[in-house]
Design a protein around this ligand. Sequence first.
Ligand code: NI
Length: 135
Amino acid sequence: MKVTVSRKAHFNAAHRLYRKDWTDDQNENIFGKCANPHYHGHNYELIVHVRGNIDPETGYVMDMKVLKDLIKSEVEEKMDHKNLNEEIVEFSDLIPSAENMAVVIYNWLKPHLDQAHTLSVTLYETPRNYVSYSG
Ligand code: NI
C-alpha cells in the first residue's frame, strides 16, 4: 500500500533569466522583465512529496521531522535569500527558471532518501505558476 507524504517549505531568492550568448534585445524578447540585469526576487513555495509503503512498525512512510530537516539543510539553507545566478554553482551555466530549479532541488534531495521511496518536487514561483519534477 503506497502512500504519499508531503512537506511544504518556503524560501525567497533572486534570479535573472538570460543567456550570455544572446544579445540584450534577444534576452528581453524571450524573458521580458525576468531578464532585468539588476535581478528580481520571488517568494518560492516548495512542496516535497515522498511516496512509499507504510512502515508497519511506525505507521509512517517516513519520519516528517527527518524530511523537514532534510529540506532545511539541502534546499532552504542553500537557496534562501540567495542570488541564484551568482551564488548557486548549479546555475553558473544553467538558467534558474522554476523548471531548472525543480530539477536541481530534486537532485539535491534524492540521494538522501530511502531508495524505495519515490520523490516528487513541486515549486511555486508565484501563487499561480508552478512546476513539478519527479525524475
Ligand atoms: Ni523571475
